[in-house]
Design a protein around this ligand. Structure first.
Ligand code: AMP
Length: 397
């Protein structure tokens, strides 16, 4: 176990803090944990160091208290942070706007810029920033680095990044497609290139977790992505609508009397698989659909239909396809979604090997699931955003 050169990665969400202490060179994780339900009364804490996992339920009022608990757990259970050789703290930040195309060392000015971008990421940047401020205060002697979820999409072609919205309004309010999950899309697309030994690939990356997004990547550069101004646009997700006619919002305001806050909650937290099928967990949806439960069946149908549309659209955007990668919780673990997403796409050069698809091992390795001779190589690539954040943080310092 390395005692020098570790990075603490912090992902501070609206009511949670996820963290990992890892060695960015070897990828070895020394400790990992999660504080959930911050500010909701009974918070849940889980800290794993080596083979030992500790769970607690306690009141945690805010992110400062949450991070103090995390540091306390490192002190009590280990590894001892003062001896862990931390060289940087890497923070996940969802929105980096037009300014940040790469990770950046955090100072007062960077904090202010993240705050300035909060109106375009109201659910994400404020908790990200809260985590940064507390972590800098509690760990003042190490450099803190912000790694932006939008960075990989910073240079999207203008035609892909621009909404057909009135120009003055869009400019005044910085409305454009920024994308999200960029750290994962970059990491996965690099893994695909390395695996196939080719830099010039036209790839589609499908990051299918609780949040879902697709990207089209040509020669390592993102040319389109499904998330937009915020992570709400695009694919059907665990609890988010993905693409929806904006006029639904007018309709709900005018005819259902809903407020903006209620619609925000509806689209982000009460829709997607959960809104259609009653559960945001794909395992449950698949099981119910298998039993013939109609709502779950429809949820799965809508989810897969949207995926297939994006695959077709991105193949058209790139003028062809060389590789397609499935990643994140659903992408790495669901043979059903992978099979249904690619069914009948032989006209695009995609030939799935059904046996390989069913036999994918969950051992962290990259696996090819296309048939011998398939023009498009289909892969399952475990994403590792924490490792990528740690490596990027290390590169900055
Ligand atoms: P993530 O956000 O990447 O952690 O993905 C979490 C989601 O992955 C869960 O909510 C599940 O819907 C999904 N998932 C995990 N394991 C499986 C599985 N074996 N089959 C289908 N979906 C799964």
């Amino acid at each position: 176990m390395s005692a020098a050169g570790t990075v603490l990665v912090i992902n501070s969400g609206s009511s949670s803090i996820k963290y990992q202490l890892l060695d960015p060179r070897s990828g070895v994780v020394l400790a990992a944990g999660l504080v959930e339900k911050i500010g909701e009364g009974e918070a849940q804490v889980k800290h794993t160091a080596g083979a030992e996992t500790t769970r607690q339920t306690r009141e945690i009022a805010d992110h400062e208290a949450g991070l103090r608990v995390v540091l306390e757990l490192f002190g009590q259970i280990g590894p001892d942070l003062s001896g862990a050789g931390i060289v940087a703290v890497g923070h996940r930040v969802v929105q980096g706007g037009r300014r940040y195309s790469a990770p950046v060392l955090i100072d007062q000015a960077v904090e202010q810029e993240i705050e300035r971008l909060s109106p375009v990421a109201p659910l994400h940047n404020p908790p990200n920033l809260a985590g940064i401020r507390v972590a800098r205060e509690l760990l003042p002697d190490v450099p803190h680095v912000a790694v932006f979820d939008t960075a990989f999409f910073h240079d999207l072609p203008t035609a892909a990044a621009t909404y057909a919205l009135n120009k003055e309004v869009a400019e005044a309010h910085r409305i454009r497609r920024y994308g999200a999950h960029g750290t994962s899309h970059q990491y996965v697309s690099e893994q695909v290139s390395a695996t196939l030994g080719r830099e010039d690939l036209r790839q589609i990356v499908l990051h299918l977790g609780n949040g879902c997004s697709a990207s089209a990547v040509v020669g390592g550069r993102a040319v389109d992505t499904s998330m937009g101004l915020t992570p709400l646009e695009g694919l059907v997700m665990g609890t988010r609508t993905g693409d929806i006619d904006p006029a639904v919002t007018f309709h709900l305001v005018r005819n259902a009397g809903l407020s903006m806050a209620e619609i925000d909650d509806l689209y982000n937290k009460q829709s997607g698989l959960k809104g259609l099928g009653g559960h945001n967990d794909m395992r449950v949806i698949e099981e119910l659909a298998e039993q013939g439960e109609p709502d779950a069946s429809l949820a799965l149908d809508v989810y897969v239909h949207r995926l297939r549309k994006y695959v077709g659209a991105y193949a058209a955007v790139m003028g062809g396809l060389d590789a397609l990668a499935f990643s994140a919780g659903v992408g790495e673990n669901s043979p059903i979604v992978r099979r249904r997403a690619l069914h009948g796409l032989e006209f695009l050069g995609v030939a799935l090997d059904e046996d390989r698809n069913e036999a994918v091992q969950r051992d962290g390795s990259i696996q090819v699931i296309s048939a011998e001779g398939s023009e498009v190589t289909v892969l399952v690539v475990p994403t590792n955003e924490e490792l990528s954040i740690a490596q990027q943080a290390l590169a900055v310092i």
